[in-house]
Ligand binder design. Structure first.
Ligand SMILES: *Cc1c(COP(=O)(O)O)cnc(C)c1O
Length: 377
């Protein structure tokens, strides 16, 4: 049996250190905020090369807080349009909507499955103020066309880096030097949902930015809108990072690059050994530009392929079977958009096992089963 993803297996390697770190939090008495959170924020800040990191409750809250902070700072106004990829997890759009902004979906490119940068220009209207590149499946969504369009229209760039931690861009970020996804735009949201490449043992997230004022505004909004004790400058929320999760993440962060390298090696094995012309793998030539959060394959009969693998004890998943514009909650707002590439992907993608703990032999078992697949006629 090869599970799509086994979370116990994923954390087994770090179990002793995690248990020690959690015990230390328990005996420290700091159950909200405190030095363990600061240590994690500092470590993540130096990993990303971004001066300000604010630990928060989860990835959706991280995105929402960024937009709410820009509104408090007068950089965005309710009703402003935000360009979002049509092919993404629904949370990307939920954050935009929750902040009172309007998501405008743009189709992915068929080869990258990510936002097609050549289509951004046409989606810009007089009310467009921001864009959200999503490094979906971990694949860097950043190129010269995107940067050029963003500059010409003076758009704020909020990266959804929930899936991309550890991916690298060959085109520098807005500051002209940054290369890590999560450091390329004006602000970035990260998620440490347990299945992400850096996963907590529960919900956790972070905001990263070079903008000190944005960071302090996010921190205040996430803490009841309070800038110091019993002094509330915003009508805020409670979206703080749990120090137990911060402790877990501090244990795992040093191993993130090693895990991502293992994912890349597994992906290269799939690429080199797959010989079935009815299955194609979506991956970039330069493997450093993705952390392989997901390894996505496409097949004319995705469901038959999933059944074939399932019969052989191989787990798969779909990211995502129902795109945001097809969700009931967005039916009224987004059904007027025609998004055929996104619809096509929803029916044809399948995510294959790529967890870093997989052995070469296990990966070969999956590849053999892929190669044995015969498309039903
Ligand atoms: C996981 C994810 C989120 C939300 O993160 P949570 O921590 O689960 O709230 C947002 N966007 C994308 C692309 C994600 O994959």
């Amino acid at each position: 049996m090869i599970h799509f993803l086994n979370l116990q297996e994923l954390n087994r390697l770090y179990l002793d250190e995690i248990q020690d770190a959690v015990s230390q939090v328990i005996s420290s008495g700091y159950y909200i905020g405190g030095p363990v959170n600061e240590r994690f924020e500092t470590a993540l800040s130096s990993y990303l090369g971004v001066p300000h990191v604010v630990g928060v409750s989860n990835g959706l809250d991280a995105l929402t807080l960024i937009f709410l902070a820009y509104i408090e700072l007068g950089r965005l106004r309710p009703g402003d349009e935000v360009i979002v990829p049509a092919n993404t997890y629904v949370a990307s759009l939920l954050a935009v909507s929750r902040a009172g902004l309007v998501p405008v979906p743009v189709e992915p490119a068929r080869d990258t499955l990510n936002l097609d940068s050549t289509l951004i220009e046409d989606a810009v209207t007089g009310r467009t103020r921001a864009i959200m590149p999503v490094h979906l499946y971990g694949r860097t969504c950043w190129d010269a066309t995107l940067v050029d369009t963003v500059r010409r229209h003076n758009l704020l760039v909020v990266e959804d880096n929930a899936q991309g931690l550890g991916s690298i861009s060959t085109v520098p970020g807005l500051d002209g030097v940054s290369c890590h996804t999560g450091s390329l735009g004006d602000a970035a949201a990260l998620s440490f949902y347990p299945t992400k490449n850096l996963g907590a043992l529960g919900d956790a997230g972070a905001v990263a930015t070079r903008d000190a004022l944005l960071a302090s505004t996010v921190r205040a909004i996430a803490n009841y809108g309070s800038d110091r004790r019993y002094h509330n400058i915003f009508r805020g929320l409670n979206c703080r990072l749990d120090p137990i999760q911060a402790a877990v993440l501090s244990v795992k962060l040093p191993f993130l690059d090693r895990d991502n390298d293992r994912r890349r090696a597994i992906a290269a094995r799939y690429r080199d050994r797959l010989s079935n012309s009815d299955i194609s793998l979506a991956m970039p030539d330069d493997l450093s530009t993705t952390n392989f959060h997901q390894l996505v394959a496409l097949s004319p009969d995705r469901d038959a392929l999933r059944r074939h693998l399932d019969l052989r004890g191989i787990g798969t998943d779909i990211h995502y079977a129902v795109p945001p514009h097809r969700q009931p909650c967005y039916a009224a707002e987004l059904s007027r958009y025609s998004l055929p590439v996104t619809d096509y992907l929803a029916d044809h993608v399948v995510s294959l096992p790529i967890a870093p703990y997989l052995t070469d032999a296990e990966v070969d078992t999956v590849i053999d089963s892929l190669n044995n697949f015969i498309l039903p006629r």
